[in-house]
Design a protein around this ligand. Sequence first.
Ligand code: HEC
Ligand code: HEC
Length: 218
Amino acid sequence: MKHKISVWVAGIFAVLFSLSTAVKADDLEQGRKLFEGKCARCHGKDGTGNAKMAPNLKVDTDKLNLHRDEVVHKTLFEIETMVDSGDHKMPKYRGKLTDAQIHQVAMYMKQLTGNASAKDETAAPADPAATKKLFEAKCSQCHAKDATGNEKMAKVLKVDAAQVNLTKGAAAEAAVSELVTIVTNGKNKMPSFKAKLTPDQVEQLASYVKGLQGPSAK
Ligand code: HEC
Ligand code: HEC
């Protein structure tokens, strides 16, 4: 049974891979260039805020720190809106960057800032509340808090809403170990979390996802 599923998953993987136009790694690389070119002078290359720039802008350096909890918890969509429209001293990039570039830079920023907060949570053992928080911080922007998928995000990523629904289909059929592999290595538009989460955290998240799938799923 397990063999059949993995063949099936591999088949879907092959089809999706050939259909996917935008390559995630490329997007992130473009995002990195954009971030370092446009955003780093105020937010710092690592996103923690450029302390030298803060007095010029008459803001606290902390305002420029994109690793703050409230910023880290923003959805990709909210970040894109912020970059598109600006806010107070934060410049607006509408007309200066294309929608695709705004998406790339926001994706990159999410990766960059998600990174730091994951490390803070590394110490936490298999604590269900911590895992829930981790899922909500790292995964819910695409998969929704209840793992049924964020349709808005699916549109942004140009994938089918069913693909980001982790409570049905392939994700429900898969074993915890298979979910671990996907979260670790990524899959098409699904980012790899190898560098961002510890193996323990990935394992906990995979079990957490299984839990959200309810009793009918294996
Ligand atoms: C000229 C300096 C400057 C540049 C360049 C800049 N920002 Fe900002 N950014 C700010 C300031 C100042 C704030 C705080 C906004 C406020 O006044 O509340 C901010 C806020 C933000 C926030 C919201 C943080 C929060 O508190 O919710 C995000 C997200 C953000 N910037 C992303 C970016 C990205 C991505 C880029 C590059 C495309 C960028 N910024 C370029 C100055 C800048
Ligand atoms: C930037 C958006 C994004 C983020 C963030 C994200 N995912 Fe995904 N994820 C996707 C997409 C898109 C797919 C569908 C990939 C495919 O099938 O091509 C996916 C697929 C998956 C799958 C496989 C589902 C299947 O079909 O078997 C699992 C499991 C998963 N994600 C778990 C997670 C976990 C856990 C996190 C947080 C650590 C996470 N994802 C964060 C976008 C994301």
